[in-house]
Design a protein around this ligand. Structure first.
Ligand SMILES: C[S@@+](CC[C@H](N)C(=O)[O-])C[C@H]1O[C@@H](n2cnc3c(N)ncnc32)[C@H](O)[C@@H]1O
Length: 322
């Protein structure tokens, strides 16, 4: 695979975002995109195998079952872009269906270089599929992919795994509208959305018994230590998953176990934590199957088809750009 690599976030931007998030009045925050360095991407891959985290398996069952129908609904020729591909394991079903139709270009867009490398390793054996990876943020990468399109070629954008849920609801619609702005009428977006489910099941999915999700979350502090020379004592922070009923989301936090001071020299920061205070690191919003239709139309798409998993409430939605 060819990787177009301009590291998506420089150390300077990382330091600025850490500074901004940890000096906010009230709730301290860190952007969830920084969870995915080499260690974080590897840990996320393990999370996707955990018995408590049924989301990835539901997504994959739907793709396996309906890939042929999804591809048949799209007019050839099609190029496939994937936003935040991760390891790309589930994408195999879609790409194999395209490969039966003829040569197809696949463009994974990833902030994490190691995820792009995993993705290439996972998918490079599929006949007639050429892979060009973009180490970029979602929209920057998609803009470049769109510039590659040949006259008459349609684009299918994959945004799987309910990564849309990491955005607050209104920001998620704005993000979809920005994706639509890069596309042409008739292009399509396959959007995975995790659906609402009982609180206990949700809580376990984000706080597993083995502690892999806890390690994934704590790795963000370890990453700040590694890359920004900070002195977070990881044993003095704990992973907490919280259900936010009003927002219909699960939040991940890192909770300070005592009053403490942390130094982050590369961000020119000395930061105080009270006992019990948290850093909010990620939200995963959950959806009703019905709300995807108005979300799509508010963003300039029409939801043409929706498939729902029977074992783990999850919807795969095929949106067409209007
Ligand atoms: C929740 S994981 C989902 C991975 C995969 N799509 C799946 O369904 O299993 C989100 C992926 O998006 C990538 N990512 C997160 N923020 C990003 C951003 N702003 N731009 C590009 N990629 C991003 C991460 O590196 C990670 O691989």
């Amino acid at each position: 695979m060819l990787i177009h690599a301009i590291p998506a976030n420089t150390a300077y931007e990382f330091a600025a975002d850490v500074r901004d998030g940890l000096t906010r009045p009230g709730q301290k925050e860190l952007p969830s995109k920084y969870l995915y360095d080499d260690v974080g991407s590897a840990l996320f891959e393990v999370i996707s195998h955990l018995p408590e985290y049924g989301l990835t398996r539901a997504d994959e069952r739907l793709l396996q079952r309906h890939a042929g129908e999804i591809v048949d609904r799209l007019d050839a020729p099609v190029a496939v872009a994937e936003l935040g591909s991760g390891s790309g394991k589930k994408t195999r079903w879609i790409l194999e269906a395209f490969s039966r139709r003829g040569p197809t270009s696949y463009y994974p867009v990833e902030i994490s270089r190691s995820a792009l490398v995993m993705c290439e390793r996972e998918l490079s054996d599929i006949d007639s599929i050429s892979i060009v990876g973009f180490e970029r943020e979602y929209l920057d990468g998609l803009l470049e992919v769109a510039a590659y399109r040949r006259p008459g070629q349609h684009l299918l954008v994959l945004f799987l795994g309910s990564t849309i849920g990491n955005f607050d609801r209104p920001v998620g619609v704005k993000f979809l509208a920005a994706v639509r702005g890069i596309l042409e009428p008739g292009d399509s977006l396959l959007l995975g959305t995790d659906l609402e489910k009982p609180a206990l099941q949700l809580h376990k999915a984000y706080d597993d018994e083995l502690g892999v999700t806890a390690a994934f979350n704590l790795n963000l502090l370890a990453r700040i230590n590694r890359e920004l020379d900070a002195d977070f004592d990881l044993s003095q922070f704990a992973h907490v998953a919280r259900i936010n009923h009003e927002a219909r989301s699960v939040e991940m936090h890192l909770q300070s176990q005592r009053r403490q001071t942390v130094r982050i020299p590369a961000a020119d920061l000395r930061i105080e934590f009270a006992e019990g205070e948290t850093i909010w690191t990620e939200s995963s919003h959950k959806y009703s199957a019905e709300e995807v239709f108005p979300m799509a139309s508010d963003a300039g798409f029409c939801c043409q088809a929706q498939w729902i998993d029977e074992q783990w409430p999850f919807a795969e939605n095929l949106l067409i750009a209007e």
